[in-house]
Design a protein around this ligand. Sequence first.
Ligand code: GRF
Length: 202
Amino acid sequence: CRVLVLISGNGSNLQAIIDGCDDNLNADVVGVISNKPDAYGLVRAHHNEIDTSCVIAHVGESREEYDERLSASIEKYQPDLIVLAGFMRILSDKFVRRYLGKMINIHPSLLPKYTGLHTHQRAIDAKDTEHGASVHFVIPELDAGPVILQAKVPVYPEDDVQTLAARVHEQEHAIYPLVVKWFSLGRLAMKDNQAFLDGELI
Ligand code: GRF
């Protein structure tokens, strides 16, 4: 399974997936694309001898135009799976439809709770006792695709965004490589906006 990872920043999930693929004969990270030239994830890719590309947004360019260039860059890698790992751009409908069922994202909340940004702060403000992360297939609606796997963490009264984010991140690094492995083994599918593992509805 040829895995392509899209990033914008630190790339700690990218690192977890690279490490996971070392033990997974079925999957290979064949490339990393960033929309930010200074994303630390690009350094991680270089350390692991993985090819990288930058697709930087032009001033005045529409979302559709950007996504066309992104697609062209993606096609060079002929991926079987596209992994969004902290890729901080909203994707156009046309782009998402093109990769339906073969593009996944990780979101730092227990979806459907807290789509969008600032999820840790929102969980703290709401005095939630439970928070977490979700891996889901990507559909045109933001953070709304069918969930494949979630990890829960406790929220403690003394938590701030940093302590809570760190606890969630640790879980992200466990669940994301596992989902990549499931996909690479052909165990995952999306049909009619629903996710299936081994043919069973998740
Ligand atoms: C993660 O918290 C992920 O849930 C969100 O973006 C963050 C990326 O972190 N989508 P990293 O770049 O993988 O360290």
